[in-house]
Write a protein that binds this ligand. Sequence first.
Ligand SMILES: [Zn+2]
Length: 600
Amino acid sequence: MTPTFHYTVSFLEPGDHVYQVRLHMTDVPEGRHILSLPVWTPGAYEVQDFSRHVFGLRLESNFKAIPLNHEAKNRWGFETFGDSSTVTLDYQVYAFELGVDTSHLDASHAYWNGAGLFMWLDDYQSEPYTVKIEAPAGWKVATGLESDPHTPNQYVARNYDVLIDSPVECGTHQTLTFTVDNKPHSVVLWGHGNEDAVQFTEDIQRIVQAQRDIFGSLPYDHYTFIVHLSDRGTGGLEHLNSTTCGVSRFAFKPRKSYRRVLGLVSHEFFHLWNVKRIHPDMLGPFDYNQEVYTRLLWAMEGFTDYYAGIALRRSGLFSVPEYLKGLGENLEAYEKEPGRFVQSLAESSFDTWIKLYKPDEDSKNRTISYYLKGDLVGTCLDLEIRHRTGSQYALDDVLRRLYTRYAAQGIGFPESVYQETVEEVANSSFQEFFDHYIYGTAPIPIDTVLGYAGLTISRSYKDADKEDDIDAPTASTPKAPWPWLGIDTRVVEQKIEVSTAYTTGPAASLLQAKDQVIALDGYQVQKVEELNDRLRRNYQVGDTVTVSLFRRGQLQAIPIVLAEAPFNKVEVKPVTDPTPDQRAFFESWMKAPFPVPDQK
Ligand SMILES: [Zn+2]
């Protein structure tokens, strides 16, 4: 007999932030067993030790307690004998962490990400699980789980992976719906702000349609967008047929901020293909007991960012200028990071557990985000494949082949398959490309590949005074380089504190993190903006400025020779006279007419 697993989750007093969880198991074989709770959750590559919120475990069979032995931080052992094959485990989970990958329970709603709530028994991860949700009267449930047609408020997961891959939002949320390809989609909003829920839902529908067009069909029966609106954004987490996005409640205006909201939704939705179905073999089935290592997060996360933008462009939600503006902003952010010449994308992926998710004051100097660089390398790879194949093939084809050969069979692929598939699609070697930009730290060929599409990159300095100084001449003379100390600052207890000293800046070995900056050349500075403005307006590259600061409480004055700042205005612009090839290339890529160059 195979054991069966039935969960009951109740929270009749939501204000106490405690879930009562019961796991009822039948046909448990006689002998020693282990119950475990994941230490991490797929999609967030960070050990979170969810068991720190678990308490009050009790195990019984036939009304008799069975001793539980806490054997490791996330594991409990027990033994069954003879007639004790039906076993009930009760425990409680404190849930007051509002995040997409955590659990939160209060008088306004119940939300959980399954990894923090549900234990599994031994090797029984392939068996079906049922979950009964006992909620306060009037609360409704939104989840990607299948409803049990026979029992109200009961849901079915075909295995443990699906159980914990299906977050649950329960409360009095607002629900909007639409269909694409006759498949129902729900947009579930907890909280309010300046959202236009109807417009937001229409925009999400366009994202779904644009991404469906890349793959040809939608590989699920229904999809749920859980959106938390609260005082701060908490990011997103992807699942097989749902996502949770944590959005700042007033992020729906202005347009610039709403673009980021749409970008987040588009990113999480694209993951239903890229990482949830198309993934390296290390990313499913999962080892929930420890970190799992892959060198491919640039493809899983960075390329998902790339396609989030592409889908928004192809759907018409982003205009061509908006898309190119975002590309310029990403480039500017990337070209500022000294870490891009230190850590490769493959290393950044592998070390995510100890670096990307555990940043410190030196991160910008020694690491590069596989999101930021992965997105740009996705652009380079897509455009290079298109270039080499006369726009007959694209990165889309790489993803479609990986989908058909692996994802559709429910399996992951060995890491080497990624490059092999790119080479097969393009019918040429990408060894140098992968050696330089994935496994190495060579400067990325972004200028060259954008040139295929008739685009150029302009790198310059902002004219920061233009808005204040409307009578200033507007002739497009190049702006002088901004003088630069080579530090980032932040405000801590109303004091200006150095957060990073760039290894590429003039203060690299002179200033350090946590230095409290108080004056420039003897005159007090009180605000970060004042520090930057005074430097920019009153000094030039090559000038020496004496920075007064407290270091561990000791007053110091340190002279520093100002250097040239990295460019802070990076724009991607159409060339004025594109060749027919460039025009056709652009239009095939962007699915839009080649833009008329800005005459300004
Ligand atoms: Zn992601």
